[in-house]
Design a protein around this ligand. Structure first.
Ligand SMILES: C[S@@+](CC[C@H](N)C(=O)[O-])C[C@H]1O[C@@H](n2cnc3c(N)ncnc32)[C@H](O)[C@@H]1O
Length: 240
């Protein structure tokens, strides 16, 4: 498969596998196939928010592609591991009631589990046996990365994003500490399930290079618009 970028410049289209590394782009396609075209070890940090495997359906009828099956889990994280530079990190959100499936896929790919993050919300996304007021992610390592100079806390506040441009939109503010802690200025940050592009905007705000992949055409367009706006405004203005 040949992937498509949000850029009109055809030079970003890759016609043969593993030929070049697109940067500061949002690519449209299945992340498994797109990552297969990327060179091994070419990504410095992965921050991603894959489907939670919960058959998501919101009040206005919005759904999430691939939230109803696990076919993509193992191949996607296998490719994520391959493209990640040795001795570096991936932070990935996950659905808490499917933790066994996610953990199996991460370990099968080769990742070590080195931390767990809780994102404290001031509202409940659902109320049933509990008021469900947090999101969660694992910090996973490929190889043995050096310890961060200033380790961040594993509990982070997560304000409500409003979910205006994506049904499960993460607020950029909650992602900034992760980008800061696990990558450096100029690092290449990948989000293979980028949705509306929140992680990419966070990377851009912190002067990292970014690469996003999104399967849904509408979300790909939304992410492309978000990133185009950050480029238009410049990093300082976006961070303000
Ligand atoms: C939980 S959402 C990410 C939301 C994002 N963090 C945001 O703030 O907007 C997961 C996204 O993964 C996309 N997706 C599902 N399967 C995919 C695949 N195989 N390749 C690329 N994207 C995929 C979905 O369309 C959805 O937008």
């Amino acid at each position: 498969m040949e992937y498509q970028s949000n850029n009109n410049d055809n030079s970003n289209r890759v016609s043969s596998p593993k030929r070049s590394l697109p940067v500061n782009r949002v690519l449209h396609g299945d992340c498994i196939e797109v990552m297969r075209q990327l060179p091994a070890g070419s990504i410095d940090f992965i921050l991603t928010d894959p489907p939670y495997l919960v058959n998501y359906l919101d009040r206005s009828g919005r759904t999430i592609q691939n939230d109803n099956n696990t076919d993509w889990l193992k191949p996607a994280f296998k490719e994520a591991y391959r493209v990640l530079r040795p001795n570096s990190f991936m932070v990935t959100f996950y659905g808490w009631n499917k933790v066994d499936r996610f953990m199996d896929a991460w370990r099968n790919a080769g990742f070590y589990v080195v931390g767990h993050l809780v994102f404290r919300k001031r509202y409940a996304s659902k109320t049933r046996f509990l008021r469900y007021e947090h999101e969660q992610a694992y910090l996973l390592a490929k190889g043995r990365p050096a310890l961060p100079e200033n380790p961040i806390a594993d509990v982070i506040d997560m304000p409500y994003s409003g979910n205006k441009i994506h049904p499960t939109q993460k607020p950029v503010e909650a992602l900034l500490p992760l980008i800061e802690a696990f990558s450096k200025e100029g690092s290449l940050v990948l989000d293979p399930f980028c949705g509306s592009g929140s992680a990419l905007v966070a990377a851009r705000q912190l002067s990292r290079r970014y690469l996003g992949i999104e399967l849904d055409l509408g979300h790909h367009a939304a992410a492309s618009r978000q990133l185009a706006a950050t480029h238009g405004r410049g990093i300082a203005a976006v961070a303000a």
